[in-house]
Every structure is written in structure tokens, then in C-alpha cells.
Design a protein around this ligand. Structure first.
Ligand code: PLP
Length: 398
């Protein structure tokens, strides 16, 4: 019954861990789930108002597959204003989340055995999507010492005749690593040499950066690469609109046309109401982003200091997004009070969920062990409680 293609892929580990936490909650346990990647607050009022207005005005019909023109116009303006990339209407489209943008792009471009270079650790869905459409993931393993970032040399070594895409995700899920403008310029130099390589840059955490160096994206800093770059973004994270399902992208018109064709035979347009709300998100006041970043920074600092006080765990200070990717090498080989040995980051995360009802995601799902990912898009109170519980669990190990 089930296709060979589907048998090749795994379900999303982040969704799986969130589901496990939900099941425990339903059984009456007080669970703190730090496994999902979504802000714990609502979108700003003006976005909600725009959606209600759209409903009242009758936004009930199908729209153009690639998005309504006023939204595409708002996207052009956003790319130009924030990223210095100048697209026209034929070079942007709207999809059901950044997730569908990426999936459309792979379906539209990958032939069997085409290679996609993915820096590891990576967002869980990249290799699974590549696998599903018959492509091949080529990983560049990064380390905490390199700030979880690839170097131009490592990139050059990974490129072959079959390379179709390089994926860049900055700020990164799961590590929070952010590439500086200079680092991207150095990577661009390699990419300029290999004209058959395209770049998918996943900028979904663009607005959540903590350092003074501003966010940079490759088509903005190296305009001569623009036609080979698909710039992916969305409103899920910065605007707290995960459930509204709106992602968008800019790329060359031939690629956008092909991706629109894919979408026309799968989901058609993004929900009309969500499209109107997204116009308000992109064109409205952006000041609240500053407050949100300050809030995330405070939470980041709290969790980093608490985790680094727990014997067996260690983490650096991430520069963006709302995740901490913590090293748990120090607990591997230890025994739980029930007598089972922790042999992997998955054992650690599962043991923690069972003993202390705290949900994290194990590093193996992101391609680098032994680590775990903690999402600090949660209240300070819950973060503090969760860190105390992680400490209790680690102290119970022998
Ligand atoms: N890219 C990255 C790196 C993510 O972390 C996520 C969501 O977790 C997405 C893309 C997709 O987000 P959405 O489909 O909600 O726009």
C-alpha cells in the first residue's frame, strides 16, 4: 500500500516530540514542552484586525495560485526594504508556510540523484524532503567550535557536478547560528565559481537576531548571484503566525513559474484570509519586533546560564532564532534511577520526558549528536521550571 518513496522518509521528530508531550498532558501530567518552534504569544492586533476585515469583506474565494497581487507587491517591497533585493511580480510567490515553499522548489527542480548540500545540524525537514523527491543530501558537518557554520573550503569540497542546491539557514534552526555579511561574502566567492549550483536561503528567523551585526542574506549582498538564489521567508516566527500558514519567496521567474505549477496541482492558493493578514504584517508597524527580540534575548540568557550550571550539559550563546542546541556528552553512559543506561541523546530526551515531563528534541534528528534542542519560545516561568527539572533529572543519573 505505502510507496517506496514514503518508506524512505521519517516523520518530523519535532512534531513527534510535541505529540508525545501532548499525549502526556492529555493523561493529566503537567508537561512543559520546549520541543515546538513557535512563539508563545499572539500576532499584533493590527494583523488580527486585517484578517477580520478581510472576512467581513468576503475573502471567501480561491485566489491566484501564487498569491494576490497586493500581497506580492508587499513582498517585493519587503525584500527591497529589508534585504536590498529587487524582484518583480513574476519573481515572487506565496505558499502554505515556508515549508511548502521549500517543498515546491525541490519538486520543481530535483531529478533522481541530484545532490543538495545541507550543513549539519539542519532543520529536520530538509533531508526528508530531498529524499521524498528522489534527490540526495550531502551533509557538511559543522561543530560547536566553528560556531556550527560551514567554511568556504568545506563548501568547495562538497560541490560535485551533480550539486543542484546549497541550503543556507541563518539564523539557524536548531543552533541559532547567524552568518555575518563577511562570512556570506566568502561563501559567495566559491558559489560564483560553480555556476551550476543554486542556493536556497531559508531566512525564516531573519528578525530574531541578537548581535549588533545586522541580518544578511546572500542575494542581497551578492546581486550577481540573485538569479541562482531562492530567498525563502515567511510570517510564522517573527509575527507569531505559525498557524496562519504563510510563507513566501523570491527567485528567478522560470523557477517561480515551475513552483507555481507544482502548487497548482497540490494545494492551490494560500488561505485568502491569511494572505490579507500577511499584507498587514509586512506593511504595518515593525516596532514590536524590537520588543520581541529583547524578550527572546532575556529568555536565551536565562536558559544558557541555567543549563551551563548543570553538570554534564554545556551550551554556547546562540546569536539568533529561539533555540539552544546543548551538548549532552557528559550524561552519555550514565544510569537513570530505574537502571537504564543513557546511550544516546534520544535516550536522554526520552528519559527526561518520562521522569520530569519536560519535552525537548534529541540532536540525532538534526544530524549532530549528542545534543538536544530546547526552544525558549516559552514563558520565563516555564523555562525556569523546565531547567530546574532538567537539573533534577541530571542529578538523578549515576
Ligand atoms: N524553515 C525553518 C528553519 C523552520 O524552523 C521552519 C519551522 O519550524 C520552517 C522553515 C517552516 O515554517 P513555516 O512552514 O511555518 O513557514
Amino acid at each position: 500500500m505505502i510507496s517506496e518513496a514514503l518508506k524512505r522518509i521519517k516523520p518530523s521528530a519535532t512534531i513527534l516530540m510535541s505529540q508525545k508531550a501532548r499525549e502526556l498532558k492529555e493523561k493529566g501530567h503537567e508537561v512543559i514542552s520546549l520541543s515546538a518552534g513557535e512563539p508563545d504569544f499572539a500576532p499584533p492586533e493590527h494583523i488580527l484586525k486585517a484578517a477580520i476585515e478581510a472576512i467581513k469583506k468576503g475573502a471567501n474565494k480561491y485566489t491566484a495560485v501564487d498569491g494576490i497581487v497586493p500581497l506580492k507587491q508587499a513582498i517585493l517591497e519587503k525584500f527591497s526594504r529589508d534585504n536590498h533585493i529587487h524582484y518583480d511580480l513574476s519573481e515572487v510567490m506565496v505558499s502554505t508556510g515556508g515549508k511548502q515553499v521549500l517543498y515546491n522548489a525541490f519538486v520543481a527542480t530535483l531529478n533522481p540523484e541530484d545532490e543538495v548540500i545541507i550543513p549539519a545540524p539542519y532543520w529536520v525537514s530538509y533531508p526528508q524532503m530531498v529524499n521524498l523527491v528522489g534527490g540526495r543530501s550531502v551533509f557538511i558537518n559543522t561543530t560547536a567550535e566553528s560556531g556550527f557554520k560551514i567554511t568556504p573550503k568545506e563548501l568547495e569540497k562538497a560541490i560535485t557536478q551533480k550539486t543542484k542546491w546549497l541550503i543556507l539557514n541563518s539564523p539557524s534552526n536548531p543552533t541559532g547560528a547567524v552568518y555575518s555579511k563577511e562570512e556570506l561574502q566568502a561563501i559567495s566567492k566559491v558559489l560564483l565559481k560553480y555556476t551550476h549550483v543554486h542556493i536556497m536561503t531559508d531566512d525564516i528567523y531573519e528578525h530574531i537576531v541578537f548581535d549588533d551585526s545586522p541580518f544578511a542574506t546572500i542575494a542581497g549582498i551578492e546581486p550577481s548571484l540573485k538569479d541562482r538564489v531562492l530567498t525563502v521567508n515567511g510570517v510564522s516566527k517573527a509575527y507569531a503566525m505559525t498557524g496562519w500558514r504563510v510563507g513566501y519567496c523570491g527567485g528567478n521567474s522560470e523557477l517561480i513559474k515551475a513552483m507555481t505549477k507544482v502548487q497548482s496541482q497540490s494545494t492551490s492558493n494560500v488561505t485568502a484570509v491569511s494572505q490579507y493578514a500577511t499584507i498587514a504584517a509586512l506593511q504595518g508597524d515593525q516596532e514590536f519586533l524590537i520588543d520581541n527580540v529583547a524578550l527572546f534575548r532575556k529568555r536565551r540568557d536565562l536558559v544558557v546560564s541555567m543549563l551551563n550550571n548543570i553538570p554534564g550539559l554545556h551550551c554556547g550563546v546562540p546569536s539568533g532564532a529561539f533555540y539552544i542546541y546543548a551538548d549532552c556528552q557528559g550524561v552519555i553512559g550514565k544510569k537513570t534511577p530505574k537502571g537504564s543506561v543513557i546511550t544516546s541523546d534520544e535516550d536522554f530526551v526520552m528519559g527526561l520526558l518520562e521522569s520530569e515531563a519536560v519535552g525537548l528534541v534529541f540532536g540525532a534528528a538534526f544530524g549532530l549528536s549528542p545534543y538536544f534542542r530546547l526552544s525558549y519560545a516559552e514563558s520565563e516561568e516555564n523555562l525556569m521550571l523546565a531547567c530546574q527539572k532538567i537539573q533534577t533529572f541530571c542529578n538523578s543519573l549515576s
